[in-house]
Design a protein around this ligand. Structure first.
Ligand code: HEC
Ligand code: HEC
Length: 309
């Protein structure tokens, strides 16, 4: 195999995107590559990446729940509860700011330092244990092979920077866009959305309910996409919970990301709608409620799509 072919194979990355989505911007110092993404997938599920070997990224971002946490608030490796529920990280590749109260991080590489190194509360708790944790991985031939496959150009590839680069590449690979909504609106399949969901869509964007005013755009998460854009600041809105301002969460896959709101206080989508109806003073007839719920369910996609109600 020629060197050129070998390089192309190492760097080849096929996005699996839904019909409405264009590839996300990727930092030039962390290009996508298949070996890097599979290393990241393994690291994501590896409890040895925590201070006491108990917790992995997947402990809080459960793949069965579109990578959200089914517990009201997430629990760190040392048993400390976090302040918030871990949101879904599907489509995080397109996000311009991170967390329920976005800090200054502008890339996933920066953001991932939080779960790895946070001390109060501890998430994975690797601060001051980096060498010990890297040694655990280096002691295992399968990890050495995986790091070599991803970063073989480096003579000592098992480093924290490479752990972060691989995890970020894996998180970017978690793209969606194949929901019934997408198939209907972007895929030309006008049977994909049932009549109920279509009426629910109209309600969602109606001025009476006004959901679309905050949950806008392709991710239903706010009218912003570009980190350099001043409206990143406007990505937060007052919460109907009365608990302050939070970033407008994406509603994609919302049927499987319960419980809801920053602190997981609403156990069901019905409870979310109750909260909105009360706070924003509208009434939903039982039929309208069913239609709105059908629309929200239609934003959920394989492999997470729940059985039709
Ligand atoms: C102990 C639970 C926990 C662990 C472990 C954890 N996370 Fe998180 N994650 C959260 C919580 C809670 C948030 C929301 C944080 C906030 O609001 O500031 C979050 C936010 C994120 C975000 C930003 C999502 C967004 O839309 O803003 C990404 C990406 C992410 N985590 C990836 C990871 C990766 C990768 C790992 C493993 C290195 C990891 N997380 C480990 C709980 C966890
Ligand atoms: C003023 C802006 C705004 C409007 C209008 C709005 N939302 Fe929200 N929505 C938010 C914010 C901010 C949050 C997060 C609040 C929190 O966690 O405390 C949220 C959270 C949610 C959640 C929970 C998501 C999760 O992952 O926890 C759902 C579901 C939801 N909204 C649906 C709706 C529906 C349906 C409507 C219309 C009836 C609507 N929203 C109108 C801003 C808005």
């Amino acid at each position: 195999m020629s060197l050129l072919v070998a390089l192309l194979l190492a760097s080849a990355w096929q996005w699996q995107l839904g019909p409405g989505f264009a590839p996300p911007a990727i930092p030039s110092d962390n290009p996508m590559a298949a070996g890097k993404v599979s290393l990241g997938a393994r690291l994501f599920a590896e409890p040895r990446l925590s201070v006491n070997g108990t917790t992995s990224c997947a402990s809080c971002h459960d793949p069965a729940h579109a990578f959200a946490d089914p517990r009201p608030v997430s629990i760190g490796a040392t048993g400390e509860p976090l302040a918030t529920n871990a949101p879904s990280i599907v489509n995080a590749a397109w996000r311009a700011a991170y967390g329920w109260r976005p800090g200054g991080e502008t890339s996933l590489e920066q953001q991932l330092r939080r779960p790895l190194f946070n001390r109060a509360p501890v998430e994975l708790g690797i601060a001051d244990h980096e060498d010990e944790i890297l040694a655990r991985l280096a002691a295992d031939a399968t990890w050495r092979d995986a790091f070599n496959a991803a970063f073989g150009e480096d003579p000592a590839p098992i480093t924290i920077d490479h752990v972060i680069a691989a995890l970020a590449a894996y998180v970017r690979s978690l793209t969606g866009g194949r929901s019934a909504f997408d198939r209907h609106v972007f895929g030309g399949d006008h049977t994909a959305l049932g009549a109920d969901a279509r009426r629910g869509l109209d309600l969602f964007y109606s001025s009476r309910l006004g959901c679309g005013g905050c949950h806008g755009g392709l991710l239903f998460d706010g009218p912003w996409k570009d980190a350099a854009h001043p409206r990143v600041q406007a990505a937060v809105a007052q919460s109907v919970t009365g608990a302050g301002a939070f970033r407008v969460p994406s509603l994609r896959n919302v049927a499987v990301t319960a419980p809801y709101f920053h602190d997981g206080r609403a156990a069901t989508l019905d409870a979310v709608l109750d909260r909105y109806a009360e706070a924003r003073r509208f009434t939903l007839s039982p039929r309208e409620r069913a239609e709105l719920l059908a629309f929200l369910v239609a934003l959920t996609e394989p492999p997470w799509q729940p059985a039709a109600p």
